[in-house]
Design a protein around this ligand. Structure first.
Ligand SMILES: Nc1nc2c(ncn2[C@@H]2O[C@H](COP(=O)(O)OP(=O)(O)OP(=O)(O)O)[C@@H](O)[C@H]2O)c(=O)[nH]1
Ligand SMILES: [Mg+2]
Length: 341
């Protein structure tokens, strides 16, 4: 029979029977499972793969309520698939754009907000009540977010949803810390699928937050790399944009997983917005070097002032029009958009 007691860190039912299964703890008196305990205390991670079917069931449950929903997205990974969740949930929703601290300070918040409002109005579906830019880690704009939650909430309960790694649990921990006497601490980690089940957290008499496991982004580069690289890919500090001036026939190679050939156009400027820890090199003559040509090739005809977005990694701002070939794992999504910056 399933134990009633749930891990306070990830929401999974605790059990003391099978070391290899989720929710294991040596003692059922413990509040956290062994996996959470290790992540919190030793930074030792254990990747769990979650099926999105289970996740969709959770979203349907949320949709059955009339409660306010916070849709949390990572500023580096916000995109098209915002619809994916909105198609299921018709509740009132605030779009929370997290991790703004990773973008250079010169980036204007209004630009991001306007960009998202524009995607929003192109759809016939639900509009967001508001788009709010925050940083859970830096405690930025959390006071304002709480004010708006109070304004829009329809009951005590407010659900927190979004893709895995967006920082949902980090945001809730900040709200607990700032506004509650509760000592619970949700487990956070740079790896996907940290939260395993819904977790209910009482902030005060008027507000209960419900954390949920994140939707796994199947097109993210995080699914194609090892644990060490996952950590390298998630920026911890403000990104220092790296600009490369490329002429036709030159290339950029990122670590050992992406190659971008500039095949047609005038001299052009490519600015990378991605983790400072990633190794990038420029090839001066693409005809001399076949590195990564075994990957899937996609050709983009870039228009003036567009970004090439690589799901899970970040984006490249390309100033002028021109043709590029990108070589990347076939399961990683890429797309272009009007420049964010
Ligand atoms: N730079 C930066 N990193 C953040 C911020 N908020 C969260 N993170 C990091 O993002 C990673 C994921 O955070 P979590 O809170 O575990 O994300 P989650 O959305 O709960 O993830 P799942 O439980 O897997 O769905 C962690 O490495 C956090 O430290 C932020 O404001 N800025
Ligand atoms: Mg979480």
């Amino acid at each position: 029979m399933e134990n009633e007691k749930k891990c306070l860190g990830c929401g999974i039912a605790l059990q003391d029977v099978n070391l290899l299964q989720e929710g294991y703890t040596t003692n059922l008196e413990n509040d956290y499972c062994q996996r959470c305990f290790r992540m919190k205390n030793y930074g030792e991670y254990q990747v769990v793969s979650k099926s999105n079917e289970e996740y969709l069931e959770i979203l349907k449950e949320v949709a059955n309520t009339k409660d306010l929903v916070l849709y949390v997205t990572d500023v580096l990974n916000m995109e098209e698939n915002i619809e994916e969740i909105r198609n299921i949930i018709t509740n009132k929703m605030i779009l929370v754009v997290n991790k703004i601290d990773v973008l250079p300070k010169s980036v204007k918040e209004e630009k991001i907000i306007n960009y998202l409002k524009n995607i929003d109005s192109n759809k016939n579906g639900i509009n967001f009540e508001e788009v709010i830019v925050i940083s859970a880690n830096k405690n930025y704009n959390i006071d304002y977010l709480l004010k708006r939650i109070k304004y829009f909430q329809t009951s005590k309960n407010v659900y927190v949803v979004g893709h895995t790694n967006a920082g949902k649990s980090s945001l809730i921990n900040k709200l607990i810390k700032n506004y509650s006497d509760n000592t619970q601490e949700l487990t956070m980690s740079p790896l996907p699928s940290t939260t395993l089940n819904m977790i209910t957290i009482d902030i005060n008499d008027h507000l209960t937050l419900i954390d949920t496991p994140g939707l796994v982004d199947v097109g993210s580069i995080l699914n194609q790399v090892d644990e060490k690289m996952m950590k390298k890919i998630s920026p911890k500090k403000e990104i220092k944009p790296r600009t490369y001036q490329l002429r036709k026939g030159q290339s950029i190679v990122i670590e050992d997983f992406i190659r971008i050939d500039y095949v047609e156009g005038e001299k052009n400027s490519f600015t990378l917005f991605m983790s400072n820890d990633l190794k990038v090199k420029r090839l001066l003559n693409l005809f001399n070097n076949e590195e990564l040509y075994d990957r899937n090739k996609i050709t983009y005809n870039m228009k003036y002032d567009e970004d090439l977005v690589i799901n899970g990694l970040g984006f490249i701002k390309i100033v002028d029009k021109g043709t590029i070939d990108i070589y990347i794992d076939k399961d990683v999504d890429t797309f272009t958009r009007r420049s964010l910056i």
